[in-house]
Design a protein around this ligand. Structure first.
Ligand SMILES: Nc1ncnc2c1ncn2[C@@H]1O[C@H](COP(=O)(O)OP(=O)(O)OP(=O)(O)O)[C@@H](O)[C@H]1O
Ligand SMILES: [Mg+2]
Length: 463
């Protein structure tokens, strides 16, 4: 029997047919996500619209958890498409699978591949910030340049941290900072690369020597800079290959409607390069955001909002100590940067696997601070743990844990979908959760089918 047709109407019309209409209470601001599981009402939402227009949340950030394969990335892809339609720029700064490259391409955006032999990022390049500073000029331009300097310094320090496995010393940071200033003065009209920095430290000009307190003694200078010199050499010819040694292969286009930095060709075992590429992509991408806002402040460009996605969060978190701090800084700043973000991971246990207590606390802070928490199917123990952070009722816990059960034993070759695929519970503050069902369109299925490698190949037809 066919399912009865469903009609929608305003309460002005429908009350003629059924006078006892009541509002369903589901939010209708933002990207259409799916239907309420119990009432069938349309549910819309995304962290940016709920922060700016609906004011349901005080922080434009989304944290999504759930077992693998239940449709988390697919739902965030839908948010990307919806937000792009409103003029927001999606930025996927480090796509690990890739889950978003096809969507960004379909939106007319820019996809930049980074990896060994595929494409590199010059971490000394101030990128869009440098260009914007020149266009703006004056006091505002100078302060943007200073910010760009800080960003480059942080990025080189982060790379050194990754190859060393521990943070840089304070005095090395000041040597590095002076060296970067000198380098900019010496290479007017072109962007310096890491080998230039290495040569400068090797040469040891007077102004650089002064910061090391060498008192005219070359041996003292060498003692002070040798560890840094060695680490920088390790950057150019070590675990990171030559990915950061030459000019950026493709710069982020500040006018692109969407940007995806695809790092999927870096092998999963290559954790150092993954972390380094991800940090470089964030640094570059967030620099582009800062440049865009500075241009808008100066009245030189229209104001644009951005939406960043950090999928597979557990991978960068585990790849290097210090990464949690970076993500932490990003999330704390995103409101002032005009930036919404979505973080996706499997379970809260991903935070527990981190090395230090401080890192674990910071990673849990991501969930605590997220304006919007979305759960796909999770086992009961996980939901109880999550309930301590976001406040979940017994019914909500039972509902979401039922979505984590496996599909039935299908017979006769009929594919049984996992019961939780496309089911999500949206939690905001202490409000009751909104359970939704997401039905994907064929276009979405084609854009994001992570099971393609499980589809039997059709035999090649010979001619
Ligand atoms: N609502 C849906 N209805 C039907 N199929 C879906 C739905 N959402 C996703 N899928 C399909 O399920 C598969 C897995 O989806 P997706 O990659 O989004 O899951 P995920 O939760 O991100 O998994 P992982 O944790 O492994 O990244 C994809 O092939 C996708 O096309
Ligand atoms: Mg995914």
């Amino acid at each position: 029997m066919d399912a009865p047709t469903m009609w929608r109407a305003t309460t002005v019309q429908a009350c003629g047919l059924w006078p006892f209409a009541a509002g369903s209470g589901s939010p209708l601001t933002g990207v259409p996500l799916g239907q309420h599981l119990f009432t069938g009402a349309t549910v819309c939402g995304d962290p940016l619209s709920w922060f700016t227009r609906a004011r349901y949340i005080s922080n434009p950030s989304l944290f999504m958890l759930g077992m693998p394969g239940l449709g988390k990335s697919t739902l965030v892809n839908r948010m990307l498409i919806g937000l792009a339609a409103t003029g927001t720029v999606p930025l996927v700064l480090g796509d690990l699978k890739p889950d978003y490259a096809d969507t960004v391409r379909a939106l007319g955006g820019q996809v930049i591949a980074v990896g060994r032999g595929v494409g590199g990022i010059n971490v000394l390049d101030p990128g869009a910030m440098g260009e914007a500073a020149l266009r703006i000029g004056g006091e505002a331009g100078r302060s943007l340049l200073a910010e760009a300097h800080g960003r480059v310094l942080n990025m080189v320090a982060a790379l050194v941290t990754i190859v060393r496995g521990r943070p840089m010393d304070d005095h090395e940071q000041s040597v590095l900072s002076t060296a970067l200033h000198l380098l900019r003065e010496r290479t007017p009209g072109r962007v310096a690369v890491l080998p230039d920095l290495l040569a400068l430290i090797g040469e040891g000009p007077d102004r650089l020597r002064a910061v090391t307190l060498d008192r005219g003694d070359t041996a003292r200078y060498r003692d002070a800079v040798d560890p840094l010199h060695r680490s920088l050499m390790g950057l150019l010819d070590g675990p990171l290959g030559s990915t950061f040694a030459s000019a950026t292969s493709t710069r982020i286009d500040p006018g692109a409607p969407a940007v995806c930095v695809d790092i999927s060709r870096i092998g999963e075992a290559d954790t150092q390069l993954t972390a380094a590429a991800m940090l470089a992509a964030w640094s570059d991408g967030l620099g582009t955001v800062a440049a865009s806002h500075a241009l808008a402040d100066a009245g030189l460009a229209p104001r644009r909002w951005f939406f960043t996605v950090l999928d597979e969060l557990w991978r960068p978190l585990r790849s290097a100590t210090g990464i949690v701090d970076r993500i932490d800084a990003l999330t704390r700043l995103n409101r002032s940067l005009g930036l919404g973000d979505a973080k996706i991971t499997h379970t809260l246990k991903d935070a527990e696997a981190l090395g230090s207590d401080a890192d674990r606390a910071k990673a849990r802070g991501f969930v605590e601070r997220a304006g919007m928490v979305v759960c796909a199917g999770l086992p009961r123990t996980e939901m109880e743990e999550l309930g301590k952070i976001v406040g979940l009722s017994e019914r909500e816990i039972s509902l979401v844990s039922s979505w984590s059960s496996p599909p039935g034993w299908a017979t006769g070759g009929v594919h049984d979908e996992p019961p939780g695929r496309g089911r999500f519970l949206i939690k905001v503050g202490g409000r009751p959760g909104i359970p939704i069902r997401v039905a994907i369109t064929d276009a979405e299925r084609d854009l994001h089918n992570t099971n393609t490698r499980w589809t039997p190949s059709t035999p090649a037809t010979g001619t």
